[in-house]
Design a protein around this ligand. Structure first.
Ligand SMILES: *Cc1c(COP(=O)(O)O)cnc(C)c1O
Length: 398
């Protein structure tokens, strides 16, 4: 069997494996693989998962559909995931109220892969991708992996995006890809329509080899948005270079299934089809995702519960005080998590919670922590643990 060259050599008595350097791309030399800690603790509130496992009715439909797919598994899957993409279009049309017939839907193994496709198709050597920090920590990795230069503009102190700053940065940086997360991770901030319009308008003034930059609004958390918060799907009709990406990882409680999707013009989607691996989306994934979509009503009822829990968590956090007596700062959030702070030593707070069996995320600007919304029992455990940690810190500093 062919393994890699190093193993072969040592097996045949050549140089010992440890003395042979692999030709890793130099820019990857000091990189670590992506890794939010996957620790085995009772309360997991660190990666914005949906805390509710799928119900037995959902599990049964998935099992049935996966069994059907398994019976045809000697064949390659539908390369274009035609049925699933139509189901996703129907869902999105229902969720947003926007008629999507003129647009096309793309699907891949998580919106992480969708974004990689975007960078593979529209980024590349000599080109630049732009976003506004603090934002999703995976974006720079897609840029790195596609040899795309990565540039970030800034968000304001309250994590909103100033449309004038965004437009000026776009004209100056001349990116071929603009990524906007809304609601943003890790801050929870949703962008008003006017800001996305300003970004799209600015993009239309930039010339990239005779073309216009693409704007991707990453709406991974869209289903958690508060009433009145718009979706960028409504803007697709006006901006042919706009795409909106979504995922089944969060609202659909299907992070383990790996299904992300994007809606855009057919020309946009055709570009992504060029760079995808052949048969990138397994028949099993297509079947499981389609089955989960059929249960959207019960799944969306859980999303409503999580939204209420989120709002209650924000209200509670706003009443808490740091050991020095100053109130917490709590970011506005339209997602299933809350960013709060600011702590002099956030790592100590994170560790104190972990010691009490509650794992949250040490992320965002210095001093802030992010907690994902869990079940009401999990949020009670979080509140109790945080109260204890703050009390302990207050005593230490007294
Ligand atoms: C969680 C998340 C995603 C989802 O990624 P998947 O690959 O679909 O699981 C996408 N974008 C942002 C900003 C996220 O936080």
């Amino acid at each position: 069997m062919m393994t890699n060259a190093v193993d072969q050599q040592s097996a045949q008595g050549g140089a010992p494996a440890s003395s042979v350097r692999l030709p890793l791309r130099p820019e990857l030399a000091d990189e670590e693989p992506y890794g939010a800690p996957q620790l085995d603790v009772p309360v997991l509130l660190n990666v914005n998962e949906n805390p509710y496992p799928p119900g037995e009715d959902v599990v049964a439909t998935i099992a049935e559909e996966v069994a059907r797919a398994a019976r045809g598994m000697n064949r390659y899957p539908d390369r274009d995931a035609t049925v699933l993409r139509q189901d996703l279009a129907d869902y999105l049309e229902m969720e947003t109220g926007v008629h999507l017939a003129p647009f096309d839907v793309w699907a891949a193994n998580g919106s992480n892969e969708v974004m990689l496709h975007v960078l593979q198709a529209f980024g590349g050597p000599g080109r630049t991708a732009l976003s506004f920090a603090p934002t999703y920590s995976m974006y720079p990795e897609y840029a790195r992996d596609t040899h795309t230069t990565w540039v970030v503009g800034r968000r304001e102190d309250d994590f909103t995006l100033d449309p004038a700053h965004a437009a000026a940065t776009i004209r100056e940086v001349r990116p071929s890809v603009i990524l906007l997360a809304s609601p943003n991770n890790p801050t929870g901030t949703a962008l008003p329509t006017a800001t996305i319009e300003a970004v799209c308008e600015a993009a239309l003034t930039v010339d990239i080899d005779g073309a216009r930059p693409v704007v991707v609004v990453d709406e991974a958390y869209a289903e958690f948005r508060r009433p009145g918060t718009p979706s960028a799907v409504a803007l697709l009709e006006r901006y042919p270079n706009l795409a909106v990406s979504r995922t089944m990882s969060k609202a659909f409680a299907a992070a383990g299934a790996r299904l992300g999707y994007l809606v855009a013009s057919t020309a946009f989607v055709d570009a992504l089809r060029i760079v995808r691996l052949p048969y990138h989306l397994s028949a099993i994934t297509q079947a499981a995702a389609g089955a989960a979509l059929r249960h959207r009503e019960s799944l969306m009822a859980q999303v409503a519960t999580l939204r209420a829990e989120r709002d209650a968590t924000v209200t509670w956090l706003r009443k808490q005080h740091l050991p020095d007596g100053s109130p917490f700062e709590v970011a506005e959030t339209d997602a299933n998590f809350v960013l709060f702070g600011r702590f002099g030593d956030r790592h100590a707070v994170w560790q104190g919670l972990l010691d009490r069996g509650v794992l949250i995320r040490e992320t965002g600007p210095e001093g802030w922590l992010r907690v994902s919304i869990g079940t009401s029992a999990e949020m009670a455990a979080f509140r109790a643990a945080l109260t204890e940690v703050l009390h302990e810190q207050g005593e230490e500093s007294a």
